[in-house]
Design a protein around this ligand. Structure first.
Ligand SMILES: [Zn+2]
Length: 105
């Protein structure tokens, strides 16, 4: 179970590197920027790259690419889509809209 949690954390870290997952600067929640889109592919590509390069960050996966990419995908579903704090607060929609627009560029 501990190992599973560690794997999930590694997947989260990789997701954060490419913006598949984000941390809200206001509420400090981790949230997913999207589900099953380009950013997820980028995160998986980065994970595969780390495995190819035998980076210590992915050591726990012991070269199992499939498991790593599955885990990365899973994080996107596990975290809320968009910051739950921003959803509730006034102006949250605007914040979401702006961050969405910035990503498109
Ligand atoms: Zn927020």
């Amino acid at each position: 179970m501990i190992v599973e949690e560690e794997k999930f954390e590694v997947a989260t870290e990789i997701g954060l590197m490419v913006g598949y997952l984000e941390i809200c600067p206001v509420h400090e929640y981790v949230f997913s920027a999207e589900i099953d889109g380009e950013l997820m592919k980028n995160a998986c590509a980065l994970g595969n790259f780390f495995i190819s390069k035998k980076k210590p960050i992915v050591e726990i996966f012991q070269g199992n690419r499939r498991e790593l990419t599955d885990k990365i995908q899973e994080t996107g579903y596990w975290y809320p889509l968009g910051c739950p704090g921003c959803e509730k607060s006034e102006g949250g929609e605007i914040f979401r809209w702006i961050s969405h627009q910035l990503k498109k560029e």
